[in-house]
Design a protein. Sequence first.
Length: 268
Amino acid sequence: MPSTVFLRFDAPDSFSLTPRRLHAAWGRVLELPEGISPERAARLPSLAARPPHNLHGPKPFSVGQMTEQPGMIGTELRLLDDRLLDNLDGWLAWGGVLPLGDGTQEGTALIVATEAQILERVSWEELAEDDASTTWNIMLLSPTVFTSHGRHIPGVTPAQLATSLHARWHAWSPETQPPQLHPDELGVLTMQDHTESVRVSLGMPRADRRGRLTARSIRATEGSLRISGVAGAATTRVFSRLMSLARFTNVGSHAAYGMGTLDVVAEP
C-alpha cells in the first residue's frame, strides 16, 4: 500500500540539505543492516519489508518535497510498501536521529525528528481505478535522468515516464499493474516542455573508501511539463493510473542520488 509521510527535523542552522544526502540517510534507516541476507530477513517480521542496499531495481522508498528554514528541515518520505511504516515508527521511538553527510565527523550533521505524520495512504487497487484525469502538470523537484542500455537519454517524455512508473508498479504490485504502454500507443498524448538540461556531479565524497565514482558529471533535466491526453482514450486512462503512482515514488535512474522526484497536479 503506497504511503507518504511528512517529517519535520530540528537541524543545525548552517546545514545545507540535498536530495542525495537525504536519500542516503534514509537507506541507513530503511534498508537491511549489513550482514543480514534477504532470505534471513524474510523470516523476521521486523526486517521482512526492508530492501537490501544492493537491490537490483527500484527501492520501496524515495525522497519527496523538501523545505528548509533556519534550524528546521521538512521532508516527505514516499513509500511503496507501507510495512516500512512500522520500521519508521520504531526508529522514531528511539529518538529519530538521522545522520546526514559524508560519514566523517566534520562532514556529518545530526538532525532529529520532531514531528511525523502520514499525509496519504492508498491501496494499489485504488490507484488502479484512478483513470479519469486527462492533463497533468508535472514539476521535476529534483534533477531527472533516464537511462537506456547504459546510456543517459536527454530530456523527459511521456514514454519514459510511463515505462519508469510501470516498472515500479510491476516490482511492488504486479497483480494490480495497468497494461504496459507501447510507443505506438502514445500518439494521443501531447506535451508542453518547459525543462532545461543541467549538469549533475556523481562524484563520491573524498572520504569514501570506494574512491570517487568519476570526475565527470552527467546531463539531467530540470523544470516542468504539461502532458495532455485525449479524453476517453484507453492510453489516456492507463497513463492516468500510472501518473497517480508518481506521488508515491520517483522516476528514472540514479534514485540513490535523490533524482527523479515529481510533483504532479492532475486535471479532469
